[in-house]
Design a protein around this ligand. Sequence first.
Ligand SMILES: C[S@@+](CC[C@H](N)C(=O)[O-])C[C@H]1O[C@@H](n2cnc3c(N)ncnc32)[C@H](O)[C@@H]1O
Length: 237
Amino acid sequence: MALNLIGVGFCDEKDITVKGLELVRKCEKIYLEDYTSLLQCSVTELETFYGKPIILADREMSEQGAEKLVEEAKTTDVAFLVVGDPLAATTHISLLNLAREKNVPVQVIHNASILTAVGEVGLELYKYGKTTSIPFDNPNLQTPQKVIIDNQSLGLHTLCLLDLKPKEGRFMTIKEALDILKLHQKVIGCARLGCENSMIKYGLSGELKDFDFGKPPFCLIVPGKLHFVEEESLSLY
Ligand SMILES: C[S@@+](CC[C@H](N)C(=O)[O-])C[C@H]1O[C@@H](n2cnc3c(N)ncnc32)[C@H](O)[C@@H]1O
Protein backbone atom coordinates (compact mmCIF):
# COMPACT_ATOMS: atom_id res chain seq x y z
CA MET A 1 0.00 0.00 0.00
CA ALA A 2 1.28 3.48 -0.78
CA LEU A 3 0.51 7.11 -1.35
CA ASN A 4 1.32 8.07 -4.94
CA LEU A 5 1.71 11.76 -5.78
CA ILE A 6 1.27 11.88 -9.54
CA GLY A 7 1.63 14.86 -11.89
CA VAL A 8 -0.92 14.73 -14.70
CA GLY A 9 0.66 17.44 -16.85
CA PHE A 10 -0.94 20.53 -18.27
CA CYS A 11 -3.35 20.01 -20.98
CA ASP A 12 -5.49 16.89 -21.24
CA GLU A 13 -5.89 13.27 -20.19
CA LYS A 14 -2.97 12.16 -22.39
CA ASP A 15 -0.34 14.26 -20.61
CA ILE A 16 0.12 11.78 -17.77
CA THR A 17 3.32 9.69 -18.00
CA VAL A 18 3.15 5.98 -18.76
CA LYS A 19 4.42 5.26 -15.25
CA GLY A 20 1.80 7.58 -13.76
CA LEU A 21 -1.00 5.95 -15.74
CA GLU A 22 0.06 2.45 -14.72
CA LEU A 23 0.00 3.51 -11.07
CA VAL A 24 -3.40 5.22 -11.37
CA ARG A 25 -4.85 2.04 -12.88
CA LYS A 26 -3.44 0.05 -9.97
CA CYS A 27 -4.79 2.35 -7.23
CA GLU A 28 -8.11 1.83 -5.48
CA LYS A 29 -8.70 5.48 -4.56
CA ILE A 30 -7.89 8.35 -6.93
CA TYR A 31 -8.05 11.98 -5.82
CA LEU A 32 -7.55 14.98 -8.10
CA GLU A 33 -6.41 18.21 -6.45
CA ASP A 34 -8.61 20.73 -8.25
CA TYR A 35 -7.79 24.16 -6.85
CA THR A 36 -4.23 25.17 -7.83
CA SER A 37 -4.39 24.89 -11.62
CA LEU A 38 -6.60 24.07 -14.57
CA LEU A 39 -6.62 21.34 -17.21
CA GLN A 40 -8.09 21.82 -20.69
CA CYS A 41 -10.16 18.63 -20.43
CA SER A 42 -13.00 17.56 -18.15
CA VAL A 43 -12.79 15.21 -15.17
CA THR A 44 -15.02 12.78 -17.14
CA GLU A 45 -12.42 12.69 -19.93
CA LEU A 46 -9.74 11.89 -17.35
CA GLU A 47 -11.91 9.15 -15.83
CA THR A 48 -12.64 7.60 -19.22
CA PHE A 49 -8.97 7.54 -20.26
CA TYR A 50 -7.67 6.37 -16.87
CA GLY A 51 -10.52 3.86 -16.52
CA LYS A 52 -11.05 4.91 -12.90
CA PRO A 53 -13.48 7.12 -10.95
CA ILE A 54 -11.94 10.32 -9.57
CA ILE A 55 -12.73 12.11 -6.31
CA LEU A 56 -12.16 15.87 -6.38
CA ALA A 57 -9.98 17.12 -3.54
CA ASP A 58 -10.40 20.78 -2.60
CA ARG A 59 -7.94 22.75 -0.47
CA GLU A 60 -9.59 21.64 2.76
CA MET A 61 -9.44 17.95 1.87
CA SER A 62 -5.82 18.24 0.68
CA GLU A 63 -4.50 20.32 3.58
CA GLN A 64 -6.65 19.83 6.71
CA GLY A 65 -7.56 16.34 5.45
CA ALA A 66 -3.94 15.33 4.81
CA GLU A 67 -3.82 13.08 7.92
CA LYS A 68 -6.88 11.20 6.63
CA LEU A 69 -5.34 10.74 3.15
CA VAL A 70 -2.12 9.38 4.64
CA GLU A 71 -4.04 7.14 7.03
CA GLU A 72 -6.03 5.76 4.09
CA ALA A 73 -2.79 4.98 2.23
CA LYS A 74 -1.79 2.60 5.05
CA THR A 75 -4.43 0.11 3.89
CA THR A 76 -5.25 1.22 0.34
CA ASP A 77 -3.24 2.22 -2.73
CA VAL A 78 -4.04 5.92 -3.07
CA ALA A 79 -3.25 8.19 -6.04
CA PHE A 80 -3.20 11.93 -5.42
CA LEU A 81 -3.22 13.62 -8.82
CA VAL A 82 -1.95 17.16 -9.32
CA VAL A 83 -2.12 19.29 -12.48
CA GLY A 84 1.41 19.94 -13.76
CA ASP A 85 4.07 18.56 -11.41
CA PRO A 86 2.94 17.45 -7.93
CA LEU A 87 5.73 19.30 -6.14
CA ALA A 88 6.30 22.36 -8.33
CA ALA A 89 4.67 25.68 -7.49
CA THR A 90 2.26 23.88 -5.17
CA THR A 91 2.13 23.15 -1.46
CA HIS A 92 1.97 19.36 -1.55
CA ILE A 93 5.39 18.87 0.02
CA SER A 94 3.63 18.71 3.42
CA LEU A 95 1.64 15.67 2.24
CA LEU A 96 4.88 13.97 1.21
CA ASN A 97 6.51 14.83 4.56
CA LEU A 98 3.51 13.61 6.52
CA ALA A 99 3.54 10.25 4.72
CA ARG A 100 7.25 9.87 5.45
CA GLU A 101 6.78 10.79 9.12
CA LYS A 102 4.03 8.15 9.43
CA ASN A 103 6.15 5.55 7.60
CA VAL A 104 3.66 5.26 4.77
CA PRO A 105 5.40 4.32 1.51
CA VAL A 106 5.19 7.25 -0.85
CA GLN A 107 6.09 7.59 -4.51
CA VAL A 108 6.33 10.78 -6.58
CA ILE A 109 5.75 10.71 -10.33
CA HIS A 110 6.90 14.00 -11.81
CA ASN A 111 5.54 15.75 -14.88
CA ALA A 112 5.97 19.03 -16.71
CA SER A 113 5.42 22.14 -14.62
CA ILE A 114 4.70 25.76 -15.40
CA LEU A 115 8.18 26.35 -13.97
CA THR A 116 9.72 24.49 -16.92
CA ALA A 117 7.07 25.04 -19.61
CA VAL A 118 8.00 28.73 -19.71
CA GLY A 119 11.17 27.51 -21.44
CA GLU A 120 9.10 27.66 -24.65
CA VAL A 121 9.20 31.45 -24.47
CA GLY A 122 12.95 31.35 -25.15
CA LEU A 123 14.33 32.94 -21.98
CA GLU A 124 17.02 30.86 -20.29
CA LEU A 125 15.47 28.98 -17.36
CA TYR A 126 18.56 29.45 -15.21
CA LYS A 127 18.22 33.23 -15.58
CA TYR A 128 14.86 33.36 -13.74
CA GLY A 129 14.88 34.81 -10.24
CA LYS A 130 12.25 34.31 -7.55
CA THR A 131 8.76 33.43 -8.84
CA THR A 132 5.91 35.60 -7.59
CA SER A 133 2.12 35.15 -7.35
CA ILE A 134 -0.38 37.92 -7.97
CA PRO A 135 -3.42 37.51 -5.71
CA PHE A 136 -7.02 38.67 -6.37
CA ASP A 137 -7.70 39.63 -2.80
CA ASN A 138 -4.95 42.08 -2.06
CA PRO A 139 -4.37 44.22 -5.17
CA ASN A 140 -2.27 46.72 -3.20
CA LEU A 141 0.18 44.07 -2.00
CA GLN A 142 3.72 45.30 -2.68
CA THR A 143 5.34 41.84 -2.78
CA PRO A 144 5.06 41.06 -6.53
CA GLN A 145 6.46 44.49 -7.47
CA LYS A 146 9.31 44.06 -4.99
CA VAL A 147 10.17 40.61 -6.36
CA ILE A 148 10.25 42.02 -9.91
CA ILE A 149 12.48 44.95 -8.88
CA ASP A 150 14.83 42.67 -6.91
CA ASN A 151 15.09 40.19 -9.80
CA GLN A 152 15.67 43.01 -12.31
CA SER A 153 18.43 44.50 -10.19
CA LEU A 154 20.25 41.18 -10.73
CA GLY A 155 19.34 41.05 -14.43
CA LEU A 156 16.98 38.10 -13.77
CA HIS A 157 13.60 37.30 -15.35
CA THR A 158 10.43 37.06 -13.21
CA LEU A 159 7.67 34.52 -13.65
CA CYS A 160 4.37 35.83 -12.28
CA LEU A 161 1.71 33.23 -11.53
CA LEU A 162 -1.80 34.63 -11.64
CA ASP A 163 -4.40 33.81 -9.02
CA LEU A 164 -7.23 31.45 -9.78
CA LYS A 165 -10.39 30.24 -8.05
CA PRO A 166 -11.54 27.38 -10.32
CA LYS A 167 -14.62 26.62 -8.18
CA GLU A 168 -15.90 30.15 -8.81
CA GLY A 169 -14.73 30.08 -12.45
CA ARG A 170 -12.36 33.00 -11.71
CA PHE A 171 -8.96 33.16 -13.39
CA MET A 172 -6.92 36.36 -13.20
CA THR A 173 -6.36 37.66 -16.72
CA ILE A 174 -3.15 39.15 -18.03
CA LYS A 175 -4.89 42.53 -18.21
CA GLU A 176 -5.92 42.31 -14.53
CA ALA A 177 -2.36 41.35 -13.55
CA LEU A 178 -0.88 44.23 -15.56
CA ASP A 179 -3.38 46.67 -13.99
CA ILE A 180 -2.17 45.56 -10.55
CA LEU A 181 1.54 45.65 -11.42
CA LYS A 182 1.42 49.04 -13.24
CA LEU A 183 4.48 48.21 -15.35
CA HIS A 184 5.74 50.43 -18.18
CA GLN A 185 7.95 47.99 -20.02
CA LYS A 186 7.83 45.05 -22.40
CA VAL A 187 6.44 41.86 -20.87
CA ILE A 188 5.47 38.39 -22.06
CA GLY A 189 1.93 37.10 -21.67
CA CYS A 190 1.33 33.34 -21.90
CA ALA A 191 -1.84 31.29 -22.06
CA ARG A 192 -2.34 27.51 -21.98
CA LEU A 193 1.36 26.67 -22.29
CA GLY A 194 1.91 23.04 -23.21
CA CYS A 195 -1.40 22.82 -25.09
CA GLU A 196 -1.91 22.82 -28.85
CA ASN A 197 -3.59 26.22 -28.70
CA SER A 198 -1.00 27.85 -26.44
CA MET A 199 -0.37 31.56 -26.91
CA ILE A 200 2.69 33.69 -26.21
CA LYS A 201 2.76 37.43 -26.82
CA TYR A 202 5.60 39.89 -26.23
CA GLY A 203 4.94 43.60 -26.11
CA LEU A 204 4.56 46.74 -24.07
CA SER A 205 2.37 46.31 -21.01
CA GLY A 206 -0.22 48.72 -22.48
CA GLU A 207 -0.38 46.73 -25.75
CA LEU A 208 -0.81 43.36 -24.04
CA LYS A 209 -3.71 44.67 -21.96
CA ASP A 210 -5.79 44.88 -25.13
CA PHE A 211 -4.79 41.48 -26.48
CA ASP A 212 -7.28 38.61 -26.29
CA PHE A 213 -5.43 35.58 -24.86
CA GLY A 214 -8.50 33.31 -24.95
CA LYS A 215 -9.10 30.69 -22.28
CA PRO A 216 -7.08 30.31 -19.00
CA PRO A 217 -4.69 29.55 -17.38
CA PHE A 218 -2.44 32.57 -17.85
CA CYS A 219 0.94 33.69 -16.61
CA LEU A 220 3.14 36.70 -17.13
CA ILE A 221 6.90 37.03 -17.49
CA VAL A 222 8.83 40.21 -16.83
CA PRO A 223 12.17 39.90 -18.62
CA GLY A 224 15.42 40.90 -17.02
CA LYS A 225 18.63 41.54 -18.96
CA LEU A 226 18.31 39.88 -22.36
CA HIS A 227 21.01 37.90 -24.16
CA PHE A 228 20.82 38.38 -27.95
CA VAL A 229 19.54 34.80 -28.40
CA GLU A 230 16.74 35.56 -25.93
CA GLU A 231 15.95 38.78 -27.83
CA GLU A 232 15.80 36.77 -31.03
CA SER A 233 13.32 34.31 -29.47
CA LEU A 234 11.12 37.12 -28.16
CA SER A 235 11.08 38.87 -31.53
CA LEU A 236 9.10 35.87 -32.82
CA TYR A 237 6.23 36.73 -30.47
C1 LIG B 1 0.18 26.87 -8.65
S1 LIG B 1 0.69 27.05 -10.28
C2 LIG B 1 0.73 25.46 -11.01
C3 LIG B 1 1.38 24.42 -10.25
C4 LIG B 1 1.47 23.10 -10.98
N1 LIG B 1 1.63 22.05 -10.01
C5 LIG B 1 2.66 23.06 -11.96
O1 LIG B 1 3.58 22.28 -11.73
O2 LIG B 1 2.61 23.75 -12.97
C6 LIG B 1 -0.73 27.65 -11.07
C7 LIG B 1 -0.48 28.89 -11.86
O3 LIG B 1 0.47 28.62 -12.88
C8 LIG B 1 0.11 29.28 -14.09
N2 LIG B 1 -0.13 28.23 -15.08
C9 LIG B 1 -0.36 26.92 -14.85
N3 LIG B 1 -0.46 26.24 -16.00
C10 LIG B 1 -0.32 27.15 -16.99
C11 LIG B 1 -0.29 27.06 -18.41
N4 LIG B 1 -0.48 25.89 -19.01
N5 LIG B 1 -0.09 28.19 -19.14
C12 LIG B 1 0.10 29.38 -18.50
N6 LIG B 1 0.10 29.51 -17.17
C13 LIG B 1 -0.09 28.42 -16.42
C14 LIG B 1 -1.13 30.11 -13.81
O4 LIG B 1 -0.72 31.41 -13.47
C15 LIG B 1 -1.72 29.39 -12.61
O5 LIG B 1 -2.49 30.23 -11.81
